[in-house]
Design a protein around this ligand. Structure first.
Ligand code: ITT
Length: 195
């Protein structure tokens, strides 16, 4: 089973959830590190759901059994769909996550916390099986980064019911309280119902 992500932070989280939810016991997992020349899917879908499926279809062509991908990111509640499916691309284009955060805060100069929701859509695809699930985590982004754990926007995001950013939490605390956790929980429940 291929874990189709080039993001090392996500890959680490995928491996945690596979063990935590006791998934895919009959499969050996491999990562894109073992497929150096596989190329990249063109993520031209209009939603997290569509893009996660675009990724898994692309990688399934290169493997025999199962592929698991996620498309994720955050949406500022009052900025329609921004940055949304472009969360990773905006950071690349602007020169880092802090630049994206600065741009967002420039639209809300009086605020120090901006309501934001993180999303994760998982696509699990095999020759005869298909699962699409999504999870969300509402919270706030802050102007300046706090904490050193995790990856991506973790130092800027405080999930609801917490006063710590994801990056200030111990690994396990984020892993059990995140958009990706919500998505994996649904995936695990659907797989259980099917078996
Ligand atoms: P793959 O497509 O190869 O999986 P990617 O990083 O390009 O890697 P996405 O297109 O799904 O993945 O981009 C999602 C971006 O959203 C990601 O690069 C992070 O910056 C951010 N993101 C998603 N989940 C996150 C999390 O749990 N913590 C922090 N940032 C996250």
């Amino acid at each position: 089973m291929l874990l189709g992500t080039s993001n090392a932070g996500k890959l680490k989280e995928f491996l945690f959830y596979i063990e935590h939810f006791n998934l895919f016991n009959n499969y050996q997992t491999i990562s894109l590190n073992e497929f150096k020349d596989i190329g990249e899917p063109n993520e031209d879908g209009k939603s997290f759901e569509e893009n996660s499926e675009i990724k898994s279809k692309f990688f399934l062509r290169e493997t025999k059994e199962f592929v698991l991908c996620d498309d994720s990111g955050f949406v500022v509640n009052d900025l329609k769909n921004y940055p949304g499916i472009k969360t990773a691309r905006e950071a690349k284009k602007m020169g880092g996550e802090q630049k994206v955060i600065d741009f967002i805060f420039s639209k809300f100069e009086k605020l120090d916390f901006i309501a934001t929701t993180f999303f994760c859509s998982i696509s699990l695809l095999g020759k005869n099986k298909k699962y699409n699930v999504s999870g969300a985590m509402p919270g706030f982004i802050i102007r300046e980064k706090r904490g050193y754990n995790g990856f991506g926007y973790d130092p800027y995001f405080i999930p609801k019911n917490s006063n710590k950013t994801y990056a200030e939490m111990e690994d396990r605390e984020k892993l059990l309280n995140s958009h990706r956790y919500e998505a994996f929980k649904k995936l695990s429940n659907q797989i259980l119902l099917d078996n």
